[in-house]
Design a protein. Structure first.
Length: 231
């Protein structure tokens, strides 16, 4: 079982490695910071649920806002399988690094399918998302996203209260066409974190994400709170 001291050492090592990685990139000035809250709502005796999230993203660790992202969706959970289908909306306010801010906004509609499976101690999730993007002063765009998430409990056999776990994911983004963007490939995100289940329905994560887009790679420190509500 991992002690609190071991967890703190792991987080310090993770932060040190991520800062060093960002410094080696030579393409961006600072390690970015993303601070996120995810809430999932399930209604008793119903297959219908909802999701809401707030993400505050910075070009640096804090103080130079990159994006404020607000996203919500209505979900339908299939009884026969561990699958969820969602229809959602996001509103994003973006700013350029440094000054001037060049603030602009985006409204985003998306459809999503999530498939879950367990292989031994591995908790695996496949997420498929299709987005329709309405960006201020830009042409209409679409984007396809696929993400593979893997959670691995370390000190317990399942994702239960008190579990320390390793969280991994990789997500690829593909533009719906080249007319508006000039390329099909948009970006890739690779992520590793350490998580802790405070309770059955509450978890926190601290990790590092490497974001790769053509001619620009950047490291992001990420702190997340994930909460489930049964209404």
């Amino acid at each position: 079982m991992m002690s609190k001291h071991m967890i703190l050492r792991f987080l310090l090592l993770l932060f040190t490695l991520s800062a060093g990685n960002a410094g080696l990139q030579g393409q961006t000035n600072d390690l970015g910071g993303w601070y996120m809250y995810f809430g999932n709502f399930r209604f008793q005796n119903s297959q219908v649920g909802a999701h809401g999230e707030v993400q505050y993203r910075n070009h640096n660790l804090i103080g130079d806002m990159q994006q404020l992202l607000l996203r919500t969706s209505v979900q339908y959970h299939l009884k026969a399988s561990k699958s969820t289908f969602s229809l959602g909306y996001g509103h994003i306010i973006s700013q350029s690094e440094g000054e001037p801010n060049n603030t602009f906004s985006e409204s985003r509609i998306y459809q999503e399918a999530v498939l879950r499976q367990s292989v031994g101690r591995f908790r695996i999730l496949h997420r498929y998302r299709f987005e329709q993007r309405f960006i201020e002063d830009r042409d209409f765009r679409t984007r396809f996203r696929y993400a593979l998430f893997v959670n691995i409990p370390i000190n317990k056999s399942s994702m239960e209260k008190g579990a320390v776990y390793l969280a991994l994911y990789d997500e690829i983004f593909l533009n719906g066409g080249v007319k508006a963007t000039g390329r099909i490939f948009d970006r890739n995100r690779a992520y590793a974190a350490l998580g802790y289940k405070i309770g059955k329905d509450l978890a926190i994560q601290a990790g590092f994400m490497q974001r790769g887009i053509p001619d620009n790679n950047k490291g992001q420190l990420q702190l997340s709170v994930i909460q489930n509500f049964n209404l």
